[in-house]
Write a protein that binds this ligand. Sequence first.
Ligand code: PLP
Length: 364
Amino acid sequence: MNPSLDHLAPSTVAILTDRDYSEELGISADLHQSVGYVFLNDEHKAELTRPLTGMSYTRRNNPTSARFAKVMAQLERAETGMTFASGVGAIATTLTALTDAGDHLVAQASQFAETTRFMEGVLGKYGVQTTRVDQTSVDAFERAITRHTKLIYIETPSNPLLHLTDLKAIADMAKAKGIVTVADNTLATPVNQRPHESGIDIVVHSVTKYIGGHNDLMAGCVTGSRELVERIWDTSYTTGAAGAPFNTWLALRGIRTLGLRMKQHNANGHAIAACLERHPAVKAVYYPGLESHPQHELAKRQMSGFGGVVTFELRSGYDAAHRFIEQLKIPTHSGGLGGINSTVLQPASFFGNRLPGSGSPRWG
Ligand SMILES: Cc1ncc(COP(=O)(O)O)c(C=O)c1O
């Protein structure tokens, strides 16, 4: 991390962090589409096979992926970072690396569906238990802690209900008890929120969303201290979860305009949420930027913008949603968010059968 860049706008940071011209003096980043790299001598080989930073083989690391991770670490204000094949790859590898059989996790009732599936469906099989709590209550996290709790997992804002978690309160409480904290910052992006600044140990991202920004790549990322990221890297090298260079190259191209795009997402999200809130057919709108959001004060404290995702419920109910979606002219009915297309989705029917207690509309 280079603290002298911290006072600059994210778009400037995203361009200056890795300004490092190739021999050909290309102004944009090179795509290193190579699996392996040549060892010039034994000393060079030792350098290329170091944990995390060594680039002897693309499953270890790759110059294009490392360059993208460096920009992410700078934007998130972390010591270092690494890339993954997807957001889920980043989450699954982080949770696997930082827990052992017999450990306990505290996570949220409202969080991305596959995160819940991984915790309960995969980690559970290997003896890691998860308790999920109401994320709006710091006390609920604290009450769920046992002497086996190794990690607290946060997603704020959460997908799809846009509930918030108090990053600083959880980080302070966890630190005092020696518990590692991980936060999924996908829906906020480092432009709107930087969890490390509140004391969170590891930040994970689905780069597939706002950071890639064009609905054309799948990638994930983790940032944090070298010590923790090296542990995650060690598991990634074994599970083969590494980011692919073409995708991280696209992510590098996307991240250059993240600051500008988030400005517009924040404005559009707010305008749509305010419009929906006034509409008689709408029962409830969940958007942290609205004064009516029950955690609006917390949103203003830990976020500088509220993003482009708006969640709402129709008065006509669950079954009417697909008729409503069919009549929309501009948004595309599709999964995925954070790209250049407006998308619309009914999460309860899309994710419902992937969740425990399947199909429950209360998940969104
Ligand atoms: C908050 C959040 N985290 C993680 C993911 C998973 O990311 P990916 O689809 O890149 O695996 C998603 C995907 O929607 C998400 O919304």
